[in-house]
Design a protein around this ligand. Structure first.
Ligand code: THU
Length: 366
């Protein structure tokens, strides 16, 4: 049972990163170093020390005129001056904290930033300290995210176990920290690409906290957690059903230009079968293939899922495989062992997805 929501602050509840970076840039300029916002991007979310030491090192500064203590003092003075009176709340932030509290879910902030900044941000998002059961800040731990320490501290203080907490984080380091502490993690925001957040262990990635209408909608999301990692049992019966439905979907194909009707069926990890047919268009390039129609229907019904079987019915000999565009689209949800069955009624071929597309394109960032 979920008992607490633990929030990172910067980039999750408060839109403070732009302000922080702009002050960071002006600090370096004040000591005659021409820094840019991009110099900071790799060092966000790991606390103040790395926020300054990271870019300093990358800019080739190992000492004077750079001093972490001076940078830190400059930052505090400027941040307090510039943030005061600003509304830094990110969409949905106030609402989810209040909604959680109303539904009896505990709330905590777990930020690597210094406590003065966390408290300042809490007031800049229109909340108060009393909206949280616990506030963990940078000074409370020695090892920053991605170590689990800050989340472990929250769990201890709230008297709960990792799986009883949902962490909301915008950074890879933050998601790693939450997962190492055994918590569920939801990625938010656009600081990092969603693939990177999923790669770090996020169960879901949403654009902002307004994606949740209430605290319970965040929990509903988790109840179907990582269903794409589960797989449907593909029995002989399932194969026959999928083929029958693919053939039937093909009857509805709208193919007045090519006369080539295609029917497709995909089996999602839930075991449900979704179908599609090709829908052509007078503007030929606007035509949509049967396989893509089937996959988008599955996703529209179930959200992210795994595709464990693809059946395609064509009246060609040998039966046609999905085109390269469809394979690329399918590769997002299929896995190398996903079974592909191609049928024309009289001929049938069966293969693995990896045989058709051994090397799908993926956004593997360094
Ligand atoms: N088509 C599909 O439905 N799936 C494929 O993978 C390849 C092609 C359709 C598109 C068009 O309506 C017709 O077949 C001829 O290209």
């Amino acid at each position: 049972m979920i008992k607490a929501f633990l929030f990172d602050m910067d980039g999750v509840l408060a839109e403070s990163e732009d302000l922080s970076v702009s002050i960071g840039v002006s600090y370096f300029r004040s000591i005659g170093v021409n820094a840019n916002a991009s110099d900071f991007s790799r060092y966000l979310g790991g606390g103040e020390r790395i926020f300054f030491d990271g870019p300093a090192k990358a800019l080739g500064l190992s000492g004077s005129p750079y001093s972490y203590d001076e940078a830190s003092a400059y930052f505090r003075k400027e941040y307090e001056r510039r943030a005061s009176g600003l509304d830094l709340s990110l969409p949905g932030a106030r609402e989810i904290v209040r909604s959680a509290r109303k539904s009896g879910i505990m709330t905590a902030v777990a930020s690597s930033a210094p406590r003065w900044k966390v408290l300042m941000n809490i007031s800049c998002i229109g909340l108060t300290e009393s909206d949280f059961d616990f506030i963990a800040a940078g000074e409370d731990i020695k090892r920053n995210k991605p170590f689990p320490d800050i989340y472990t501290l929250c769990l201890i203080r709230l008297g709960i176990d990792g799986p009883e907490a949902v962490v909301f984080e915008d950074s890879v380091m933050g998601i790693k920290s939450a997962k190492s502490a055994g918590c569920h993690a939801i990625g938010t925001g656009s600081t990092y690409p969603s693939d990177a957040l999923y790669g770090a262990g996020a169960s879901y990635v949403v654009s902002d906290l307004a994606a949740f209408h209430s605290a319970s909608s965040a929990m509903d999301l988790l109840s179907g957690e990582r269903k794409w990692e589960k797989h449907a049992a593909i029995t002989g019966y399932v194969k026959e059903q999928a083929l029958k439905l693919a053939e039937r979907a093909g009857y509805n194909a709208y193919a007045p230009y090519s006369g080539f009707k295609v029917g497709a069926a995909v089996v999602a990890s839930s075991g449900k079968i979704y179908t599609g047919c090709n829908v052509e268009n007078a503007s030929y390039g606007a035509t949509i293939c049967a396989e893509r129609n089937a996959i988008t229907t599955a996703i529209a019904e179930e959200g992210r899922t795994s595709i464990d079987l693809i059946a395609v019915f064509t009246q060609s000999s040998p039966p046609s495989p999905p085109c390269a565009i469809c394979l690329q689209v399918l590769s997002e949800f299929a896995h190398p062992d996903t079974i592909v069955i191609l049928s024309s009624g009289s001929e049938r071929l069966e293969m693995k997805f990896s045989e058709l597309l051994p090397k799908p394109f993926a956004l593997n960032t360094i």
